[in-house]
Design a binder for this molecule. Structure first.
Ligand code: UD1
Length: 324
């Protein structure tokens, strides 16, 4: 298939591009390079520099004709979204509506969308399945939930079939070590640990050790980015073959604590990695773990590389020789 990957130069996008190329697709990246990296672009894929907020950019790209699009272009820092909701409204919501209108106009009938576990909010029960109540705790999660709702309507009214993939905590780097473009100013746990291991920050701040969890620190479901990428290929196959839309969680179904990741990183890197226990971060639940049984049942998808050792080893492979 001829596939447009919007946001394909980013952290998750670049891994998705690699998986699509490997599956034999004809892939082009559309990215404004605001957080995408040149080094994440594959020579085998096309590249169009453009912005989803610029309808001229979109017209000239979408008029080239595409069988499917993967949409990963979004801001994703939950904390920032509470301080600058306008930024998230414009880029995540307006940008996605521009894309959907373009898809409707130019006949792009299949879309895979990066949704998030952030749409569920504070867990009412664990593991979290797709029927869990949706009550986002932050504005970022709200934008993702709204976009899922728009997708339902564009399916119904415009025949656009979609897969909304609700990622849990994306982590790790390319399992083959080919993609090494690092995220700038990361806020997520594993890249922060890696930057501390590389000596780029003084210490990891552990946000609270008095949660009701195995060691008192926050527990999350970390899913390897190469597993996520494989989920996109499978989801696209599903909506193509079944001609119906799909919503699934993508998670490892394993809970790892902050200290577990820290200890694994110390072991793999051989570095001391200083860490300080600080106050809890507001809005952080104690524990989030996915049920991915629906993805297994419908897509035959399962996390293969989301064990703590693979998450940390592939991350350290990307960071250990990198320059800040
Ligand atoms: C992250 C994203 C959220 C996304 C969700 C699901 C952010 C801020 N949050 O949530 O947008 O939807 O994954 O994919 O980008 N921690 C520390 N010290 C740090 C950083 C984190 O102790 O410096 C702890 C947190 O308290 C938490 C765990 O590590 O217990 C994971 O945090 P983080 O990587 O930020 O992810 P989430 O907040 O779970």
């Amino acid at each position: 298939m001829k596939i447009l990957v919007v946001g394909g130069a980013g952290y998750i996008g670049s891994h998705v591009v690699k998986a699509l190329l490997k599956a034999g697709h004809d892939v082009t990246v559309f990215d404004n390079m605001s957080s995408g990296r040149e080094e994440n672009l594959f020579p085998q894929a096309g590249f169009i520099r453009g912005d989803i907020l610029n309808t001229k950019d979109l017209d000239s790209c979408l008029s080239q004709g595409w069988d499917a699009a993967i949409h990963l272009a979004a801001f994703k820092a939950a904390g920032e979204s509470m301080l600058k909701p306008e930024k998230y409204s414009i880029n995540n919501i307006t940008g996605t509506l521009n894309l959907l209108n373009g898809f409707a106009e130019y006949g792009v009938k299949k879309v895979v969308f990066s949704s998030s576990a952030a749409i569920y909010g504070e867990p009412q029960y664990l593991p979290i399945d797709e029927n869990h109540p949706k009550d986002p705790e932050n504005y970022y999660g709200f934008t993702k939930l709204e976009i899922e709702r728009f997708l339902h309507w564009y399916d119904k009214l415009k025949g656009i079939r979609f897969a909304a993939l609700r990622y849990f905590n994306a982590a790790g780097y390319d399992i083959d070590g080919e993609i090494k473009g690092l995220e700038q100013n990361p806020a997520n746990l594993l890249p922060v640990i890696m930057e501390a291991a590389a000596g780029w920050r003084e210490a990891l701040k552990v946000f609270g050790n008095d949660y009701d969890t195995k060691d008192g620190t926050g527990v999350r479901d970390y899913v390897h980015v190469s597993d996520l990428a494989d989920g996109h290929v499978k989801a696209l196959n599903y909506i193509t073959e079944k001609d119906e839309s799909l919503i699934v969680n993508l998670g490892s179904e394993e809970g790892l604590s902050v200290l577990q990741l820290l200890e694994a990183a110390r072991k793999v890197s051989g570095r001391e990695i200083p860490a300080d226990i600080v106050e809890r971060r507001p809005g952080d639940p104690a524990k989030l773990v996915a049920s991915s049984s629906l993805a297994k049942e419908l897509l035959g998808w399962e996390a293969k590389y989301s064990d703590v050792e693979s998450l940390v080893r592939t991350s350290w492979d990307a960071y250990k020789d990198a320059k800040k």
